[in-house]
Write a protein that binds this ligand. Structure first.
Ligand code: CUA
Length: 337
């Protein structure tokens, strides 16, 4: 039988191993939500401050560890050792340990405040204006000057300043695309702003970073940074009239037009609902349900049959479609490029 201290040791070792495993599990430098590989001016500014704070903290930790080790050895208990000299009310020491932390705070505060002001500055007038509307639990992106509305997949041109205005109708959310910029809250009744210039074409993952209800964790987004010419092509495709569907998709369009879908969704020329995502170019998006699933006829049909089974709390009700009807509507939606 194990004695109590052996059991305690095993427990401490197990908990320690678990903590190390969980800690290392979050350490991938190039994960999709990495903050260590910036791809915009905004993200680089934040990493710069992070670097300063990290190295200051590392230096302080090393100094403290070395001094502590020296004290532990130098003043360890010895048989018959006399009491070391006792210091009380040492003015120079007290001034020293007041000034040293103040200098450390200053070293951290100056670059931090600089970056706060830089990233809060009014965006350039020439910046591409995009309104981000955060809903429970999806993202709406409006490009007023381009007359484009889309959802959950934000496209921006590389090398051009972008100015986001953040707005929301329900609860507080937080817009966060770590490789492009810091978190910024989306607060109902208040317009927040976020501006950045993305470096180069690529795809980035974003996520709502403020707890906003049952499917908060499922409120992701894709951000696609395009070459300027590819961005123009994307805008053109978003504005073009959707092609008239044929076959199963045509059947799906008829079902869509006579079902409850039209009360909540817009498809240009077909319906004008405003509660759910605009579906005019649904088929051009790679993912479904705010980045949860790849957008295929199968996943969309499963979604139409029972949204809350795939996304807890989804505001979209089940429409009572049969499997065949759901497949037809899914084929129609996926055809909308
Ligand atoms: Cu929206 Cu969390």
């Amino acid at each position: 039988m194990l004695c109590r201290c052996a059991l305690t040791r095993r427990l401490v070792a197990s908990v320690g191993a678990l903590a190390v495993a969980l800690g290392l599990g979050g350490c991938a430098r190039d994960g999709p939500m990495t903050t260590l590989i910036p791809r915009s001016d905004f993200a680089r500014s934040i990493l710069h401050v992070y670097g300063i704070i990290t190295w200051v903290a590392v230096a302080i930790a090393l100094i403290v560890a070395v001094v502590l080790a020296w004290v532990l050895v130098r003043f360890r208990a010895r048989v018959d050792a006399p009491l070391p000299p006792q210091t009380r009310g040492h003015t120079a020491l007290e001034i020293g340990w007041t000034i040293a932390p103040a200098l450390v705070l200053l070293a951290i505060a100056v670059p931090t405040i600089q970056v706060i002001f830089r990233t809060q500055a009014a965006p350039l007038r020439t910046a591409l204006q995009i309104t981000v509307v955060a809903h429970q639990w999806w993202w709406e992106f409006r490009y007023p000057a381009l007359e484009v509305v889309t959802a959950n997949e934000l496209h921006v041109p590389a090398g051009q300043p972008v100015a986001l205005t953040l707005d929301g109708p329900d609860v507080i959310h937080s817009f966060w695309v770590p490789q492009l910029g810091g978190k910024r809250d989306v607060v109902p009744g208040r317009l927040n702003r976020l501006a950045f210039t993305a470096d180069a074409p690529g795809e980035y993952r974003g996520q709502c970073a403020e707890f906003c209800g049952l499917s908060h964790a499922n409120m992701g987004m894709r951000v696609v940074v395009d070459e300027p010419a590819a961005f123009e092509r994307w805008v053109g495709a978003q504005r073009a009239a959707p092609a008239e569907p044929t076959g199963l998709a045509a059947e799906g369009k008829a079902i869509y037009a006579r079902s409850a879908c039209v009360g909540c969704h817009t498809i240009r020329g077909v319906s004008t609902g405003a509660l759910g995502p605009d579906l005019t170019t649904f088929g051009s998006r790679r993912t479904l349900a705010a980045g949860m699933f790849p957008s295929t006829v199968e996943t969309v049909a499963a979604w139409l049959r029972n949204p809350t089974a795939l996304k807890p709390g989804s505001k979209m009700p089940a429409l009572g479609l049969t499997d065949d009807q759901a497949r037809a509507v899914a084929a129609y939606l996926v055809s909308l490029k």
